[in-house]
Design a protein around this ligand. Structure first.
Ligand SMILES: O=C(CO)COP(=O)(O)O
Length: 245
């Protein structure tokens, strides 16, 4: 049985008040899923302090591919680890499209994250144009395998986030999502068949309290990567409780 996981990606949202509010709103319940919050980097330490003695974990939204040096504005994976992160997102579609991160950059960030002792949450997913052109599987395969060239599958989570479903209210149908998740697990199995069965695969893209359960019920979907709904306590709590297990 794979570990269920729900990750909140706050993106460029939130403040200290939300950190305090969310921790008290979430920590009072216990969940079958592991629950991780990825706030903007300046709030990581505060979140880490507030979540001590709770079951909530902390993650970064991004890390540098460099370990240290003259890279103004960058944050290394070991710095994230030092302030209490257990996870970091790599290759989110917003990083790929808005900050020009290509497959090579994503691969080196993933290695940097794992070498620092973090679990890397590799995000993959096709655009609407790519889906309509029948390229979904080839895009996902390219993003996945190029990022995993030097990866440690023991410290990996994969999140399938179709770009057309992110922040649009257009969720992939449970069947569409399962089809891609199944393919991702099959691709992982070509690297390590045993480990592929243990890796948590998350769906992301307009997951809300009212569609989470049916999406998470799919065989190869082990939880979610949640944007907008993770900023609303009632929504996020319901999503965390919707995982199978
Ligand atoms: O990008 C996402 C999480 O990383 C998904 O965002 P939404 O849940 O807002 O669609």
């Amino acid at each position: 049985m794979r570990q269920s996981l729900v990750i909140a990606n706050w993106k460029l949202n939130g403040d200290l008040e939300l950190v305090n509010f969310m921790v008290s709103a979430l920590a009072s319940e216990s969940y079958t899923a592991d629950v991780v919050i990825c706030p903007p980097a300046p709030y990581l330490s505060a979140l880490q302090q507030r979540t001590q003695n709770t079951e909530l974990a902390v993650g970064g939204q991004n890390c540098s591919s460099f370990q240290q040096g003259a890279y103004t504005g960058e944050i290394s994976a070991s710095m994230l680890k030092e302030v209490g992160c257990e996870y970091v997102l790599v290759g989110h579609s917003e990083r790929r499209s808005l900050f020009a991160e290509d497959d090579q950059v994503v691969a080196s960030k993933l290695v940097a994250a794992q070498e620092a002792g973090l679990t890397a949450v590799l995000c993959v997913g096709e655009s609407l144009t790519q889906r309509e052109a029948g390229q979904t599987m080839s895009v996902v395969k390219q993003q996945l395998l190029s990022a995993l060239q030097n990866a440690d599958l023991n410290r990996l989570v994969v999140a399938y986030e179709p770009v057309w479903a992110i922040g649009t209210g257009m969720t992939a149908s449970p069947e569409q999502a399962q089809e891609v998740h199944q393919e991702i697990r099959a691709l992982l199995a070509t690297i390590d068949a045993q480990q592929a069965q243990k890796i948590s695969l998350l769906y992301g893209g307009s997951v809300k309290a009212d569609n989470a359960e049916i999406i998470f019920a799919q065989e190869d979907i082990d939880g979610g990567l949640i944007g907008g709904a993770s900023l609303v306590a009632e929504q996020f709590r319901a999503i965390c409780s919707a995982v199978k297990g």
